[in-house]
Design a protein around this ligand. Structure first.
Ligand code: PMP
Ligand code: GLN
Length: 386
């Protein structure tokens, strides 16, 4: 037998579920509520700004490696305003990345050494575990229990060991919509105090928290902030997932290590795009309006699903609705149900087992409600025929 030329580093990992379900949706002509992206465009002033900067002489070459100074300055001011915290230093504490994806990867590459443990709450965004393993790290999974998927901090405490290098959290949480509170952060701070573990807080859905609650950021806890990398994504905030710009706020010493990696992963992020974002970021109304904008979508979608037989789990933040389908298909596993829903009902969803390293099946699927009202209504009409 010929020797394989390459021994895969991730032999058990297939193509991301988001690509798989989007492709299936396209093949079936299904409405794609699977992959998380809006079917509406970024605010016009932002797109006009990008067009302007594309046409501006001198804005076409490499941006500075950590990001355009004027964009980092705008992020610094926004962070102080939104979270009521001391402004992060744009020179040393803010790094612009190719989406939150690159920030996650670069932080993990900067921090995790072989055999280091990284604590991950499951279900979890699909890149976390594989990206840890690519660094030789060991993901240690703590499960979140339905229907609320709130962390059980006793279980987190029990999972911490002297090898724990990093705790990776996500709030608002993809896929469940659970959010952390200031009390959660305070508990985590108590747990981490005697350890050397750092915190990676994925807050890409920071502007999608509902029912009057503010988003509680790790940046607001002074002690956690000293050991935290906090991530955001302009893809989420400006309905621009295809622009792939995100950023990381972290203390100078941590940011320096992140930048050591970032400079070799991508060096720098698209210059005209950063200028455009810097132009609109001071317009606070663009993000202050997001909680109400998304809450209306959440409420409409939940109302439309009432009476369909789906069990609606609570959604405190983010732009996903998790549902149980046991009343409709008691014996069916979630992958089979998601594929059948896509083919037969014409509505694509993501099976929640894709967010578990061992494919654990709770018979739950995830809908993305970041869609125009007409799209949500059309999808619900199809689902009502089930
Ligand atoms: N983290 C989470 C929890 C996400 O849902 C996403 C969205 N794709 C990302 C990170 C990646 O963000 P970006 O699109 O900015 O790379
Ligand atoms: N974050 C999005 C989701 O959860 C998709 C990201 C992607 O397709 N890589 O659906």
């Amino acid at each position: 037998m010929p020797l394989p030329l390459l021994d895969s580093k991730l032999p058990d990992v297939g193509t991301s579920i988001f690509s798989v379900m989007t492709q299936l949706a396209q093949e079936c002509g299904a409405i794609n509520l699977a992959q998380g992206f809006p079917d509406y465009d970024p605010p016009l002033p932002l797109r006009e700004a990008l067009a302007r900067h594309i046409l501006t002489d001198g804005h076409q070459q490499y941006a500075p490696m950590p990001g355009l100074p004027r964009l980092r300055e705008a992020i610094s001011q926004k962070t102080a305003r939104v979270y009521g915290v001391p402004a992060p230093d744009p020179a040393t504490e803010i790094t612009i990345t190719s989406g939150a994806t690159e920030a996650l990867y670069a932080v993990l590459a900067a921090v995790v050494r072989p055999h280091d443990e990284v604590l991950i709450l499951e279900p979890a965004y699909d890149l976390y575990g594989p990206a840890v393993r690519l660094q030789g790290g060991v993901p240690v999974y703590v499960s979140l229990a339905p229907p609320t998927f709130q962390p059980d901090w006793n279980r987190v405490a029990a999972a911490l060991t002297p090898r724990t290098r990093l705790v990776l959290l996500n709030t608002p949480h993809n896929p469940t919509g659970a959010v952390l509170t200031p009390a959660d952060w305070a508990t985590l701070a108590d747990l981490l105090r005697p350890t050397r573990a750092l915190l990676l807080s994925d807050e890409v859905y920071e502007h999608m928290v509902f029912d009057g609650a503010p988003h509680a950021s790790a940046l607001q806890h002074p002690e956690l902030r000293e050991r935290a990398f906090v991530l955001s994504s302009f893809g989420k905030t400006y309905h621009a997932t295809g622009w792939k710009v995100g950023y990381c706020v972290a203390p100078a010493a941590l940011s320096a290590e992140l930048r050591r990696v970032h400079q070799f992963v991508t060096f720098s992020v698209s210059t005209p795009t950063q200028h455009a974002l810097a132009d609109v970021l001071p317009d606070t109304s663009l993000y202050d309006s997001l909680p109400a904008f998304y809450q209306q979508k959440r409420d409409l979608f939940r109302e439309l699903l009432t009476g369909t037989g789906f069990e609606l789990l609570p959604v405190a933040g983010g732009y996903f609705q998790v549902v149980g389908y046991r009343a409709l298909a008691p014996q069916e596993d979630d992958v089979s149900f998601a594929r059948r829903l896509t083919r037969e009902a014409g509505v694509a969803v993501v099976p929640l087992s894709a967010f578990y390293h061992n494919g654990h099946d709770h018979q739950l699927v995830r809908f993305c409600f970041a869609k125009q009202e007409a799209t949500l209504r059309a999808a619900a009409a199809r689902l009502r025929q089930l």
